[in-house]
Every structure is written in structure tokens, then in C-alpha cells.
Design a binder for this molecule. Structure first.
Ligand SMILES: [Zn+2]
Length: 234
């Protein structure tokens, strides 16, 4: 756990991703370093795969300092958390957490919210964000429950084994999970179950490598620890 109470993280500990002005004055998009890395990876992957640059909603919609939590609660009522308990504050239900409000996930498939949602959930899952964890439901609100840990490399993203609703669509990138310390064992990740569907052979892997050369966003390699690999294999 971080040492900071909800809404009390010093700005010096956060990465600035953007800022602007509105009727309340200046706002900033501030993220703990792990969240910043995951968000940057999510954006880059969304851009590479769908040509869409995801945006944080303008306003204090990443880290939300305590005084702003009071302001938003007065304004939004139950649609904003009780001050001191916001998942935008750094702690949520006793765990480190940093939430981000994503303004434009619908752009991932204009006019088809089901497909846009499926793509958004897959991207979030790969980047290590959870969706759909607050009430009332907020589709735009995603959470990083490991905000202070920076992934060792861009490909080193934890894959949450939680279920996605809805069906898989063929246009989704193929995700191949490999073990950090034994690169030979590789499996196809199933975004609908959050588990490996099956392991793949060396020759099949060579085909995926070739496909990736043609379309870099079509195949994603994710490296996980031996332990996580065992969990994903089920
Ligand atoms: Zn939010």
C-alpha cells in the first residue's frame, strides 16, 4: 500500500499527462508512474490497432485531490464518490487504485457501441486496467489497482483473469502469452474467459510472428511470470 491517504498524494509523486482550464480554474491529469505507463501503452495500442487516440476526459478525471472531490460531490451528487473514498483518490476499498475517465472509447467503433465496448474492454484488460467496478455503472471509468508499479517493459503487462461480457469478435488482436523465464511455452489468450485457450506449437508461433510483421497490431505478445502463466493456463 502507498503511504498516502485518499486524495492526498503530493503532486511531486505524480506524472503530469495534461492540463487545461475550465470554469473551476486549472485542472491537471496526474497519474502515479505505473498508471501513467499503462495508460500510455493503452493509448499507443488503441492508435496502432484502431487509429483512435483515447483521451482522458478534461477536468480532474485522473487523480482527484480531496478538495476537488468535495467540489465534484456537491455538483454531481451520487454520481461522484463521497469525498475521501473516490477511486480517483489513490485508494479504493482498502487497496491502491487510480481511476481514469476515458472520454472517447466509443470512437473505437463509431455507431456500434457493442463492438466499441468489446474493443475497449480488451485493450483495458491487456494494459492492466479493470472496467466496470463502481456503482452506479460508469462505462468510461477504468481502474489501475497496481498504480505505483511501473511495468518492467512495454510488453510486461499483467493480464487480469476476469471475465469479459459479450462475445469475441474476429477483428480483435491475437494475444499470445509467453512465460518470462521459458520463452518456449506460449499460449493463445482468450479475452472472453481471461484464460489461455490452448498452448501453441513452435511452427504455429512462427506463423503468428510472420503475421505480426505484416500487421504489427494484429498480434500482441505479452510476457508473464511462471506463476501467472500457470494461473492463466488454469
Ligand atoms: Zn471516474
Amino acid at each position: 500500500m502507498s503511504e498516502f491517504a485518499n486524495g492526498r498524494i503530493p503532486e511531486s509523486r505524480l506524472v503530469a499527462l495534461g492540463s487545461g482550464r475550465d470554469a473551476d480554474g486549472t485542472w491537471k491529469h496526474l497519474a502515479p508512474p505505473g498508471t501513467a505507463a499503462r495508460w500510455n501503452w493503452l493509448r499507443a495500442t488503441g492508435r496502432a490497432k484502431y487509429g483512435v487516440t483515447l483521451r482522458v476526459t478534461p477536468g480532474w478525471n485522473l487523480f482527484r485531490p480531496l478538495d476537488i472531490q468535495f467540489l465534484y460531490r456537491r455538483r454531481l451528487g451520487i454520481m461522484a464518490a463521497q469525498p475521501g473514498f473516490s477511486s480517483h483518490g489513490g485508494v479504493f476499498r482498502g487497496r491502491d487504485c487510480m481511476a481514469i475517465d476515458v472520454q472517447n472509447w466509443g470512437d473505437l467503433a463509431p455507431g456500434n457501441s457493442f463492438t466499441a465496448w468489446a474493443r475497449f474492454v480488451a485493450l483495458c484488460r491487456l494494459a492492466g486496467f479493470q472496467v466496470d467496478f463502481v456503482k452506479p455503472r460508469e462505462t468510461w471509468h477504468i481502474g489501475d489497482f497496481d498504480p505505483w508499479k511501473v511495468p518492467a517493459a512495454a510488453k510486461d503487462f499483467r493480464i487480469n483473469s476476469i471475465r469479459v461480457r459479450g462475445q469475441e469478435e474476429s477483428d480483435m488482436p491475437i494475444i499470445i502469452v509467453q512465460r518470462a523465464d521459458a520463452k518456449l511455452a506460449k499460449g493463445l489468450f482468450d479475452t472472453t474467459t481471461g484464460k489461455l485457450r490452448r498452448e501453441i506449437s513452435k511452427s504455429e508461433n512462427n506463423l503468428y510472428r510472420a503475421a505480426q510483421k505484416t500487421d504489427p497490431a494484429a498480434v500482441i505478445y505479452a510476457t508473464v511470470s511462471d506463476k501467472d502463466y500457470a494461473v492463466l493456463r488454469g
